[in-house]
Design a protein around this ligand. Sequence first.
Ligand code: NAD
Ligand code: USQ
Length: 418
Amino acid sequence: MRIIVYGADGYIGWPMALHLAAQGHDVLAIDNGARRRWDAEGGTRPLNEIASFTERVETWNALGKGAPIRIAEGDICDYDFVLETMRAHDPEALVHFGEQRSAPYSMISRDHAVRTQVNNIVGNLNILFAMREVNPEIHLVKLGSMGEYGTPNIDIEEGYLTITHNGRSDTLPYPKLPHSFYHLSKVADSYNIHFTTRVWNFRATDLNQGVVYGVATDETVLDPRLATRFDYDSVWGTALNRFVIQGSLGYPITVYGRGGQTRGYLDIRDTMACITLALEHPAAPGEFRVFNQFTEQFTLNELAETVAGVLGRRGLEPTIVHLDNPRIEKEEHYYNARHSALLDLGLQPHYLADTLIDSLVDFVQANAANVDPELLETPTVTWREGANEVWYRHADLTVAAENRAREATNTIREALES
Ligand code: NAD
Ligand code: USQ
């Protein structure tokens, strides 16, 4: 297939571009480097050194495995760019990862919330309008999030709920109660895509993905320059990845609040498999298909204890701390989300096992010299009130703002110590 991968320089987009190329698909990899700029701006960076977008692609193409990857650097929010690249590549399918994907980032300030929603919603709309101009038959595979649903006190279905109200029944989009302005942008995307399947007969698959962990896929391990990023700071690092690095390096594992928060999780190798399955079994014209893309659900306490157990067996003595939750979310709740559609298509999950955690610990220890302890220690973004802009280390902070940031950090350190 001819496929465009948007966000192909990111944590998941890069391994996905490789995986599709390895299977012989003709991949156009698109990214505008936004994520690397957001890192530079906030003082965050992945644990491992990652090659530049062009060096990654050149490395893959020189290896001569599978098909070569084409590259186009540009912003999905630039409609002419989206249209030109779609016309030139003439794809049968699109895989769209190209968004601002951090809930904490979206909660830093008004500016960050606006940036997140404009970037994500406008980029997604541009792709939809370009599809209409270029070829309405293209299958759009869009990365959504389990966090769109929130944590309702009833079972979560895959996208739709049949409701009987005042004696009448209908099957309607499942109600959404998202956790952040980021997750809200995903809800808007879902509605915009659903609308285009109804009015323009588009075919689309919305993948409500859980939290992804792991770093190694069949292709990323072939050469160090093909490695994907491993984020561990409190803005971009996700729960399991953070817990592994904290525990491996002797820092407390930071569970926010009581730790009963339950989420769906999956191995990055299963992300590759799920998206491949979605591409191989496209939605029908007019169909807005929703898959819940995760393989297991855990509470944060279960996750922290699993990581601590593996580390303990390696002779380490990890500690688990419960910090005041910087987010506003339910800490004890019912959670039962259906996730059978991808299994029905043939997904064979890699369930979270000690061996995977062990391999992550090895990876962390090999890169330990790069760790910035400040990025591990405290949560830097709160959902509550407006200290975030000084906490987040903008490159252009004034000295006064830096002093205020230092004071705020000290206050938090003292609170944590007491
Ligand atoms: P990431 O930040 O590592 O990658 C996103 C990529 O998109 C980055 O390389 C960024 O530069 C690019 N991008 C952003 N805006 C762009 C724009 N306007 N034009 C061109 N490129 C742009 O994120 P990720 O973890 O790889 O996530 C990929 C997708 O999967 C996101 O849509 C995210 O919401 C979704 N998702 C991720 C997870 C997870 O655990 N990582 C879980 C569920 C869903
Ligand atoms: N958490 C901790 N300690 C930490 C970090 C996080 O307890 O050090 C908690 C959070 O409070 C939350 C849970 O872990 O309850 C998950 O947080 P996360 O940062 O791992 O993931 P989240 O913010 O939900 O976002 C990530 C991705 C996002 C994707 C989402 C899938 O960044 O792109 O959409 O996972 S889901 O969670 O299903 O919505």
